[in-house]
Design a protein around this ligand. Structure first.
Ligand SMILES: Cc1cc2nc3c(=O)[nH]c(=O)nc-3n(C[C@H](O)[C@H](O)[C@H](O)COP(=O)(O)OP(=O)(O)OC[C@H]3O[C@@H](n4cnc5c(N)ncnc54)[C@H](O)[C@@H]3O)c2cc1C
Length: 480
């Protein structure tokens, strides 16, 4: 088949990898009239947006992403209007619940007023920071997800966001908020960064996710995140593009001739595939790319909703388990130092709270993950279930089946999840400034036909497609 493409030389661009970034890159090129071929190693396209019956028949689990504030807010997805391709989103009653102790929780509602009503002396500060970002969510996402646009898309909002976001969460939460509960709510958001919370820029992650919770909510895709990939592929095919699954690429010789090759892969894989086409300085750069802490994930089929002591938690799409600010700071610091946290910060996704189609009637799907050191092979199932049972003591009685994926299994599912790192490389300030190198066009490799379009490029991890769109725009400019 590969020989056929070589012979006919009938594509303008090849995209390697069909994650959300690869598919958005392919669509952006196809919209400009390019003939695009996407080659995907796995049997199904979608990368981090795939849904499978991991446990029992009829239980549809998101293997990776579930909560989609970034997809809704993303300029790329807004432009594509995937509702026209059949994509439907569902909002849980409340985006986020954060139990502080059994029976007592804080909630991050989409409505700012409802949220701040729980925050005591911090009501005004929350209103003026995360509430204000929520009101300006379009400017926020345009600025943050297109960080290298020239001229900057939204200099005022992005500037204000950056001036606060640059600080470590340990500093920001203690100086901005007076209530320990508010600090805990914020730390749970910032801990999505998978970094020690004393690291610069962790505040930006908390502000972005919290601001978007107010601005657009944290919806899930009806039918599973696979529906996002399905909609992207439908759009690509309508533009004449093609996706071929079951096609792992291991060298440039595997590719048909094309003007441009876009890798939806991380630096280590690009080095392996295209290293001999790249100058030694750039190769060194890719070789020294740092991968971050891993994730240990458990999926459950449940015969009812999680029996939370605080029953309102059952309506939350996402639940953060870490109770206090200090507990989460310690847990994330331990992992960053290469150790297992005794009480890990656990991120729980209750997709079926918003989308009953995920499980047979009356039943539920659930996933949770905690952070672990890079490549760690310790089984964290017990530790994760212990954290859930702290706030839902009879949880295990609801379990019909479970499916477990540590870092090695996540990497086997998707070669981009190196050592269980789900963000394409550490997202600290150094690797956010130079992702993967310091340049105003970091998507372009020194070889004029080679580009990177994965989450190892700006703006980084998440289902938003902006790495792909940014990369494709650089390609189009180069060949204009
Ligand atoms: C457990 C988990 C939970 C997550 N939760 C969320 C969430 O709730 N919300 C959110 O926004 N994000 C979430 N994410 C992150 C999100 O899934 C990723 O940031 C996003 O998918 C990155 O997209 P991408 O296109 O850069 O790469 P990927 O989605 O990783 O796609 C890369 C593709 O390349 C393919 N590939 C790799 N090597 C080769 C090769 N040699 N040849 C051909 N193909 C190859 C892979 O099979 C894969 O399909 C989660 C991730 C994980 C793992």
């Amino acid at each position: 088949m590969t020989e056929g493409w070589k012979a006919t030389n009938d594509v303008d661009a090849v995209v390697v990898g069909s994650g959300p970034n690869g598919l958005v890159a392919a669509i952006t090129l196809a919209e400009a009239g390019w003939r695009v071929l996407v080659l995907e190693a796995a049997a199904k396209y979608g990368g981090g947006a795939r849904t499978e019956e991991l446990t029992l028949p009829g239980f549809r689990h998101d293997v990776c992403s579930t909560a989609h504030p970034l997809a809704v807010a993303s300029p790329a997805f807004r432009h594509l209007g995937l509702g026209r391709e059949g994509l439907q989103l569902a909002h849980p009653e409340v985006p986020l619940g954060h139990p502080l102790e059994p029976g007592r929780s804080l909630y991050l509602y989409q409505e700012v007023a409802e949220t701040v009503a729980q925050l005591g002396r911090d009501a005004r500060t929350w209103e003026h920071t995360l509430g204000a970002l929520g009101r300006r969510w379009e400017r926020l996402s345009d600025g943050v997800l297109e960080p290298l646009a020239i001229p900057p898309r939204t200099p005022l909002t992005t500037g204000a966001f950056g001036a606060v976001g640059v600080w470590p969460t340990t500093w920001f939460a203690r100086s901005a908020f007076r209530e320990p509960d508010t600090r805990a709510l914020f730390a749970g958001l910032a801990a999505h960064a998978t970094l020690d919370l004393a690291e610069p820029l962790t505040t930006a992650v908390g502000l972005l996710l919290g601001g978007l919770a107010h601005g657009v909510g944290w919806p899930v895709a009806i039918g599973g995140s696979q529906s996002i990939a399905d909609a992207l592929v439908r759009r690509l095919e309508s533009l004449g593009g093609e996706v071929r699954t079951g096609h792992p690429v291991s060298s440039m010789a595997d590719l048909p001739a094309a003007r441009a090759v876009l890798f939806d892969l991380t630096p280590r894989q690009v080095l392996r595939i295209a290293g001999d086409r790249l100058p030694s300085k750039y190769r060194r750069h890719l070789a020294t790319w740092r991968y971050g802490s891993g994730v240990f994930k458990v999926d459950w089929a449940l015969d009812g909703p999680v029996p939370w002591v605080d029953e309102r938690l059952a309506g939350a799409g996402t639940v953060h388990l870490g109770a206090s600010f200090d507990e989460m700071v310690i847990a994330e610091r331990e992992v960053a130092k290469g150790r297992i946290a005794e009480r890990p910060y656990v991120l729980v996704a209750q997709a079926s709270a918003a989308d009953p189609s995920r499980a047979p009637e009356g039943k539920h799907t659930l996933w949770a993950y905690c952070h672990v050191p890079h490549g760690c092979d310790v089984d964290m199932t017990e530790a994760i279930e212990r954290q859930i049972e702290r706030f839902a003591p009879s949880f295990k009685e609801r379990v019909l089946a479970r499916h477990v994926m540590g870092p090695a299994a996540l990497e086997a599912h998707n070669a981009n999840n190196i050592g269980g790192d789900i963000a394409g490389g550490v997202s600290d300030w150094r690797q956010m400034a130079a992702r993967p190198r310091l340049s105003i066009t970091p998507w372009a490799a020194p070889d004029p036909s080679i580009f990177l379009c994965s989450s190892s490029t700006p703006p980084g991890g998440g289902v938003h497609g902006m790495c792909g769109r940014n990369a494709a725009q650089v390609v189009l400019k180069r060949f204009a």
